[in-house]
Design a protein around this ligand. Structure first.
Ligand SMILES: Cc1cc2nc3c(=O)[nH]c(=O)nc-3n(C[C@H](O)[C@H](O)[C@H](O)COP(=O)(O)OP(=O)(O)OC[C@H]3O[C@@H](n4cnc5c(N)ncnc54)[C@H](O)[C@@H]3O)c2cc1C
Length: 355
């Protein structure tokens, strides 16, 4: 069996981002890389969205950028501008195609379906696959989105709707999310923050159908694309040994209060490639401790008081949009953190420190 200098387990977002970063920085001229990926073919399976708080290498995979967004509850709505940090959506199909085209030109990179096909004793391993089944009774962000196309121009393509809480919450946290890619095409998602055990929350098709008909007033449309997912809002135990570096969601790159992961993966890949020659000796890359702590408190409040969350999310956006975006993208300074915290209901957050 063949041996490789580097092995990436999982050729998804994190695995391919790392392979791309290694390749474009010329780190695979004299080194070999095996990517373990069981999928039969690469096609669009996700839409990765985020606030562009720094430049990234996938501008050519962006479906659309917006400078305006809205958020609403059943009582209130607000529109906000985000000129400095546009919100962007990436087509995963284009992302996979771009990276696979680039790395296929290097014969030092090989794909395998199963890790048992290679020798890994002397390899440095980058792992993006969770170890075992994750606990369904914990908090997850689970969702289904459909990209719909309407015969008439219906959507205002200049403004996305980040969270619409004007829907049945069923004692959990539930909102819809609408990304208008053009005047007659939009991705609409139903999103829950809850455990994964309650089957009554998972009639996503019906939820979307009702929302599109009753809230958006659209009767006639076709579905171009469907995506479905569940992101753990907790950090599972990681595979921990000196020759394995965990990456992607399995490497703790998800912001627990939001599920945002894509840009964190890009920063992590850059960190690894910059330090590749000494990566086993230096500090492991982590999201800031400050965010881990604040997100933990935030999620405790969310679990204890789901009914208060629409208002809490709504009020968070009473700070300037740049401040909130920086906070949600792990780029805020202490004054900005204080500003966000000052918009939260004090008593329940203080109590949450001691649960
Ligand atoms: C539908 C969906 C939408 C999302 N939208 C956003 C978003 O808008 N913004 C954002 O920031 N984040 C988003 N996320 C969260 C996160 O960015 C993505 O999950 C992202 O794909 C995480 O990258 P990853 O490499 O950790 O995992 P993945 O991209 O899932 O890659 C893991 C890879 O491992 C492979 N694999 C599985 N089992 C094995 C095995 N035994 N051996 C080897 N390989 C294996 C899989 O086939 C897969 O290709 C979304 C997640 C989902 C599921």
């Amino acid at each position: 069996m063949k041996e490789f200098d580097y092995v990436i387990i999982g050729g998804g977002c994190a695995g391919l981002s790392l392979a791309y970063e290694l390749e474009i920085n010329d780190k695979l001229r004299d080194k070999t890389l095996a990517i373990i990926e069981p999928r039969k073919e690469y096609k669009r399976d996700k839409t990765w969205s985020f606030w562009k708080v720094f430049d990234h290498k996938f501008e050519d995979c962006v479906i659309k950028s917006w400078n305006n967004f809205s958020i609403n509850t059943s009582e209130n709505s607000q529109e906000l501008a985000s000129e400095k940090f546009p919100y962007q959506s990436i087509d995963s199909g284009k992302f996979y195609e771009k990276i696979n085209l680039k790395i296929s030109k290097n014969s030092n990179i090989n794909f395998f379906k199963n890790i048992s096909e290679i020798h890994t004793d002397n390899s440095l391993i980058f792992n993006s696959v969770f170890d075992g089944e994750l606990d369904k009774s914990k908090l997850w962000q689970h969702f289904q989105g459909i990209e719909i196309e309407t015969p008439k121009n219906i959507f205002d393509e200049e403004i996305l709707n980040l969270m619409d809480f004007n829907c049945d919450q069923k004692n959990d946290v539930h909102f819809f999310y609408t990304l208008p890619f053009s005047k007659n095409k939009a991705l609409i998602e139903t999103t829950w923050l809850s455990n994964l055990e309650d089957k009554t929350l998972k009639d996503y098709d019906l939820q979307l159908e009702n929302y599109i008909k009753n809230n958006l007033g659209i009767k006639n449309y076709k579905i171009n694309f469907l995506e479905k997912g569940a992101i753990p809002l907790f950090y599972p135990s990681f595979r921990n040994d000196n020759k394995t570096i965990n990456i992607g969601s399995a490497g703790g790159m998800t912001r627990l209060s939001t599920g945002y992961t894509f840009l964190n993966i890009q920063e992590h890949s850059q960190y690894i490639v910059k330090n590749i020659d000494k990566i086993q000796k230096i500090k492991r890359y982590k999201l800031g401790k400050k965010y881990q702590f604040l997100d933990k408190v935030f999620l405790r409040v969310l679990e204890k008081h789901p009914e208060k969350m629409p208002k809490i999310f709504f009020n968070m956006f009473k700070s300037s949009s740049n401040t909130v975006i920086k906070f949600l993208s792990n780029k805020s300074n202490i004054l900005e953190d204080i500003n966000i915290i000052s918009n939260m209901p004090k008593l329940i957050f203080i109590k949450a420190l001691f649960y």
